[in-house]
Each structure stands twice: as structure tokens, then as C-alpha cells.
Ligand binder design. Structure first.
Ligand code: BGC
Length: 343
């Protein structure tokens, strides 16, 4: 039980990266590195008490810094997911971000938070606090931003991720964690039973930018209101699931169950709770021969993400919940991943 810090490796620029190992009284173990404030492993038990690593990742910094790293476990920012053509305005001033995903900006830019070395400090019995200052104008975003991500592991097997941030000038912000899960510990995720607590999702154009329409999931391949195998209708969802669901919140900012997943074979379950209004179900459509941890090779649809977030491209969609952060305000979001077992 408790937390331990060990050297993990070095960045290509020679900076030391540490790994923080959080363990609870049930044997659950979570490893987080301060490069990208990245979750690198989560060991969780199945119904027979056998532990498996249920997140995708790499063994070393070479993997995490490789061009083929699809944001495994990372903290994405400043703006997770997409901004149309990388353009947005704050108080009438237009800003241009790097275009790094077709015609759009994705996950904070060329050197997003996932590629930064964060300051890290052990706090309390089973928590690590990672902090970063992003200078005014970095990656095209206005305002000097200070961000803190607090990771903690409880004896209820909750991995809590608590974000806070402040700016000295009005800006936009949307932080998420980009863990890829596989509750079986490997193979396709098709048998995983997925429940998503959302009646609607954001319809997107052919560049994955929301049109503004929030469409009912009822009776469509997008409907996960009751547990449904992830693979059942996946081929009817374009290239596969890569969509933002509008979580059924009873009040803005209220911690709400976004999704619950069960791997029937192992009995492992994952609950995803969040204060954010949306969750991106991304079902690993672009995974292709990624050489991962311990000799594992990750292929198409062998991992899924539940990225808690504001809706994509919110800065350009006046009817979506606002992602603006003014100076003097504090941004707060919480995401909780809870690892359980069903008999
Ligand atoms: C996006 C996907 C993208 C993946 C990895 C997800 O958040 O929605 O389109 O391929 O991240 O970059």
C-alpha cells in the first residue's frame, strides 16, 4: 500500500522521467509517469483474483516518445479532441492553432501536454500531483496557464483524476485522459459490454467536427443506454466508434456515471465517472501493429478510450457548454475510473 517513486527513463533530450507507483490494499497497482502525466499501467483483478494490466502502453520512453504513440494514457491539452481548422476566437480576437489532424487541430497541438515533462510531487498517502505551466501563446493558445492534475488511488479501486487550472488571461481549456483500456488484458474488445449514460451524441461532419446537432441515440448503432457488446454494431458506426456522447447530467458539473463496461469472460468491470458534459468513445480504429508493453502488439480495435471532456470544437459552437476560462476563475474537472469485478 502507498506510493513509491522510481526512475522510468530519459527523454530524447536527456531529462529524467519518474514513475509513480500507487498501490492499494486490494492489490490494485497504478503506474503514472510525469512525461505527459501519463498512466502507463493499471493492474486489476478478475473474478478469480488474477491480475492483468488493463491499459495499453509502452515499456520505455522510446515508446512514449515515438511518432506512433497514439496518446496512450496521456493527459491531453490544452484542448483535447478537435478544433475546426484550428481556429477559434476569444473576446473577438482570432487565434490559429497548428493543424495536426487532417484539416483540424487535435489534442493540444504539435507539442501538447502529452509531450511535456510535468513537475511531480507525492502528496498524502496515495496521490501524486503533476503540474505544468504553459506560457502565453504556447501552441497558439492565449494566456499563461497553470495546470495541476492530481492522481490518487483509493481502497474502493477508484483511480481519481482531478484537474485544476488558472490563467492570467481569458483562454479556452478542455483536459482529458487518453487511456486505452482492454479489460481482458488483450485481444479485440468486441465482447466487452458497454453502457453509456447518454441519450444523445454530437453528430460530426466527415472531418470529425460537430455539426452542432445533438442527435438521439435511440434505435441506432450509437445506443449504449443498456449494456451492449462493443462489437455488435461497430461496423455501422462509420470507421467504428469515435464519437462524443452527451452525458445525462442532472446539473452541469455534477459528478455523473458516464459509462460502465464489463468484460464477461474475466468479470472485470470499469466505471467512468465525470463532472464533464461529454465522453468520447474511441474504439481504437487506428491501432495498427503498435509494439507495446512486454512484447504485446496492439492492433485494430484492441483498446477503447472513454475520454471525459467538453464537446469537440466547443469554442466554435455557441450552443455547446462553454470551454472559456477567464482570469480569476479556476477550472476544475474530475474523472474517476473505478475497477471492479462482477461475479
Ligand atoms: C480521437 C481519435 C484519434 C485518437 C488518437 C481520439 O480522441 O477522437 O480520432 O484517432 O484520439 O489520436
Amino acid at each position: 500500500m502507498g506510493i513509491e517513486k522510481q526512475p522510468f527513463g530519459k527523454t530524447s533530450a536527456g531529462q529524467n522521467v519518474d514513475v509513480f507507483i500507487l498501490a492499494n490494499g486490494n492489490g490494485v497497482k497504478v503506474k503514472i509517469i510525469n512525461h505527459g502525466a501519463t498512466i502507463v499501467s493499471v493492474e486489476a483483478p478478475d473474478r478469480a483474483g488474477n491480475f492483468a494490466d488493463v491499459v495499453l502502453g509502452f515499456d520505455d520512453m522510446a515508446g512514449y516518445q515515438s511518432a506512433g504513440n497514439p496518446y496512450f494514457g496521456a493527459t491531453c491539452g490544452r484542448y483535447a479532441n478537435r478544433i475546426a481548422k484550428g481556429r477559434f476566437s476569444v473576446d473577438g480576437v482570432e487565434y490559429q492553432l497548428a493543424i495536426n489532424n487532417g484539416v483540424n487541430a487535435l489534442h493540444g497541438g504539435l507539442l501538447g501536454f502529452d509531450k511535456k515533462l510535468w513537475d511531480a510531487e507525492i502528496v498524502g498517502e496515495n496521490a501524486v500531483k503533476m503540474s505544468l505551466t504553459s506560457p502565453d501563446g504556447e501552441e497558439g493558445y492565449p494566456g499563461t496557464l497553470t495546470v495541476v492534475v492530481l492522481f490518487s488511488l483509493t481502497d474502493a479501486n477508484e483511480l481519481r483524476i482531478e484537474y485544476t487550472a488558472r490563467t492570467d488571461r481569458k483562454t479556452i481549456l478542455n483536459l482529458t485522459n487518453h487511456s486505452y483500456f482492454n479489460l481482458a488484458g488483450g485481444g479485440t474488445h468486441y465482447d466487452h459490454l458497454m453502457m453509456i449514460n447518454a441519450d444523445r451524441y454530437t453528430v460530426v461532419d466527415d472531418t470529425a467536427i460537430p455539426t452542432g446537432e445533438l442527435r438521439a441515440v435511440a434505435g441506432t448503432e450509437m445506443d449504449f443506454r443498456s449494456p451492449t457488446p462493443l462489437g455488435k454494431n461497430i461496423d455501422r458506426a462509420g470507421a467504428g466508434y469515435d464519437h462524443n456522447y452527451c452525458i445525462n447530467q442532472s446539473a452541469a458539473g455534477e459528478l455523473t456515471l458516464a459509462a460502465k463496461v464489463l468484460d464477461p469472460a474475466s468479470g472485470r468491470t470499469l466505471e467512468c465517472w465525470t463532472t464533464a458534459p461529454g465522453v468520447q468513445l474511441y474504439a481504437g480504429n487506428f491501432l495498427d501493429n503498435v509494439k507495446g508493453k512486454g512484447g504485446a502488439v496492439y492492433n485494430w480495435r484492441e483498446g477503447f478510450c472513454l475520454e471525459t471532456q467538453h464537446y469537440p470544437d466547443s469554442p466554435n459552437q455557441p450552443d455547446f457548454p462553454s470551454t472559456e476560462l477567464a482570469s480569476g476563475e479556476t477550472y476544475t474537472q474530475t474523472c474517476i475510473y473505478t475497477f471492479g469485478v462482477a461475479q
